[in-house]
Design a protein around this ligand. Sequence first.
Ligand SMILES: [Zn+2]
Length: 97
Amino acid sequence: MKFPDKVKINGIIYDIVQEDPKDGHLVKVRNWGEVNFQECKIYINKNIETQRKWQILFHEVLHTIECDNEMDSTESYIQTISSNFYGFLKDNNLLKD
Ligand SMILES: [Zn+2]
């Protein structure tokens, strides 16, 4: 499955921008992804392997859902749900490479 360049979340279209961390947004150590709500953009480190990009995309989508619904989820919760949901989709062939 082709890695998307846009996703729609709660009716809002987010551009997915793959960039090198040194280009501006992903400058922190291990900051592989980031969602910018003002710009409606999800930044993903372009240097990481595609499977990991999918996992990070799910992570940032969950942050967006959480923010839109004013939930109070911890980073640990977001990481656990996103990585396990990615595993569920892969293990059941619901997300083809
Ligand atoms: Zn996060």
